[in-house]
Design a protein around this ligand. Sequence first.
Ligand code: PBG
Length: 333
Amino acid sequence: MSVKPLNFLQRPRRLRRTAKLRQMVRETTLSVDDLIYPIFVMEGEGQKVEIASMPGCYRYSLDLLLKEIAEVSSLGINAIALFPVIPEHKKDDTGTESYNPEGLVQQTVKAIKQVVPDIVIITDVALDPFTTHGHDGLVDEQGTILNDPTVEVLVKMALSQAAAGADFVAPSDMMDGRIGAIRQALDAEGYINVGILAYSAKYASAYYGPFRDALESAPKFGDKKTYQMDAANAREAIKEVELDIAEGADIVMVKPALAYLDIIQQIRIATQLPVAAYNVSGEYAMIKAASQMGWIDEKKVILETLTSMKRAGADLILTYFAKDVALIKKYEV
Ligand code: PBG
C-alpha cells in the first residue's frame, strides 16, 4: 500500500463520498407525482379479490374501490388507470358492453367523480375485456382482426367514457387511425378538454400474462401480433408516435417498459410531448415472485427499476407499485 497519493486529476468518487453529495449530483428523481396507478374494478359488493399472479393487486367491487381510491389519493398519487373485469355473460363478439352508458366503467367513473373529484381518471379504450374471443377488435370469419369497423366501436366507447367524466381516454388497442377518429369525435361532441393518452408503441409482449389473468381476457385463438408491435422494432415505434401526435395525442406511451428502455429514450428525443411508460403486470410479477422467494430486496429493486424508466426519459410511469413507492417515500426517506 503506497501512502503517497497517485497524481490523478479526476476522482469521480469525490462526488459519491456522502449521502448529501450524492443527492446534490443526482440526475434523476422518481417522484410520486409521476405515477399512475392501474386499478381493476369488478361487479358486485364487498368484493376484494387478490389476483393470483399479481400478489398485492386486487379486483375491487365499486364500494371497496372507492375506499381504495380515496387512500390512493391521500398517498399523493395523482391519477388512476381503470380496467374492468367483465363477466362472461356480458361479453359478445363485438364488445357492445364497452359503450353501455350504464356499463361498469361508466358507472365507476361517475362514482369516483362524486367521491374523489380531483383524481385524474384515465379509462382504457380497447375491446378485449368485452369480447368473447378476447381480441382488442372485431374479428371476421377468417380470424382477421378488422381495423376500421373496430375504430368505429372504439369511438363509441371513448365517447361513453367521456360522457361519464373520464379525464383521459387511453386507447390500448393499436388499431390504425384510432387516435384521430377519437379526437375528432370527442371534439364534435364538445369534449374538447378530454385528453388522449395514446398507447403508441405497444408491443406484442409475453409480459402481459398476469394482466390477462386478472381480466380473464386472454385471446381465445391466435395472438395479437397483427396489431401490437414486433418486439424487434425500434424505428417503427417512432413512426407510431409520429402518427399519434399528428392525429391528436396529448401523451404518448411505450409499453412494456423494462425491456424497452431504449424505445423510451428514443421517443423522449423524438417528441416534446410527455412520454409515459407502462411498467406492466409481468414486470410486477417478476419482482414480487423473486422477493417472495427472498432472493431480492423488494423495495430497493422497485425504486431502482422505476428510476431506470425515468432515467431513460419517461415523464410518467403507470405502475402497480405506485402505492408502494408512495409509502416508501413517506416512511423511509
Ligand atoms: C388490453 C391491455 C393489456 C394491458 C393493458 N391493456 C393487455 C393486452 O394488450 O393484451 C396490459 C397491462 C399489463 O400487463 O399490465 N388492451
